[in-house]
Design a binder for this molecule. Structure first.
Ligand SMILES: [Ca+2]
Length: 227
């Protein structure tokens, strides 16, 4: 009997420490791979911009196909060879260096709410920062370059499901519609299923080289302040 209880305690302890570990965000590896001994690793992105936010009922930016969409805007001032985007919910105990935190995140940082993330990388036809305005953004032609729902490279959610998202997009210079040129981009995030989105999240946009002047913000007003 005692042995059984002990085993149960050990299992519970192991289980919880395993969960805590699984929630830790790994380095954000790029498409470039390098062999280190017998292992092949993805060389980490060197330039990462992080944003912490809190999604709540009624604060969505757009309802598209019955899904509540939230956007983060990214100004890319130089031609980028590759971009990585990933999203994690909830933020939990992850400590992220130099992250921009929204007021809503700061107020709800301890919230344990989370959602099944889904990300899109979209490009607009706005290619001059002087042309960035709320109406220009609303009237811009947005093209989805890539999307991702679930990534096994991301930490599991508290439910144990791998529902967090990660995508990497390589610029195709031979194809102007698929090249990562100077311009205004946005990350769209929502849930796979239709309905409410609620919880803390971390969004990161990354490049393999230092791109001076990259600005990421939740709103056009905030973006313009950073330009
Ligand atoms: Ca997902």
């Amino acid at each position: 009997m005692k042995t059984k209880i002990l085993i149960a305690i050990v299992l519970v302890a192991f289980g919880s420490s395993f969960n805590a570990q699984a929630q830790k965000l790994k380095k954000f590896g790029s498409l470039t791979e390098k062999k280190i001994g017998p292992k092949t690793i993805k060389v980490p992105y060197t330039d990462i911009v992080s944003y912490m936010g809190y999604a709540a009922s009624g604060n969505e930016d757009e309802v598209k196909d019955g899904k509540k969409f939230y956007y983060i805007y990214v100004w890319v001032p130089a031609v980028a060879p590759e971009l990585g985007v990933r999203m994690l919910s909830p933020v939990g105990k992850n400590k992220i260096k130099k992250a921009t935190k929204s007021t809503a995140y700061t107020k709800n940082a301890k919230s344990s709410e989370y959602f099944d993330t889904y990300i899109t990388l979209e490009r607009s036809d706005i290619i001059s920062k002087d042309n960035i305005s709320k109406s220009a953004v609303n009237n811009a032609n947005w093209v989805t370059l890539k999307h991702n729902d679930d990534s096994s490279e991301m930490p599991k959610q508290p439910s144990g499901s791998s529902y967090n998202s990660l995508l990497r997009y390589k610029s195709d210079v031979a194809n102007p519609t698929k090249a990562l040129t100077i311009g205004l981009y946005r990350i769209g995030f929502t849930t796979y299923k239709k309905g409410e989105v609620k919880g803390t999240f971390l969004a990161q946009v990354a490049a393999p080289i230092k791109l001076p002047g990259v600005v990421m913000a939740k709103t056009i007003e905030e973006l313009k302040k950073g330009l």
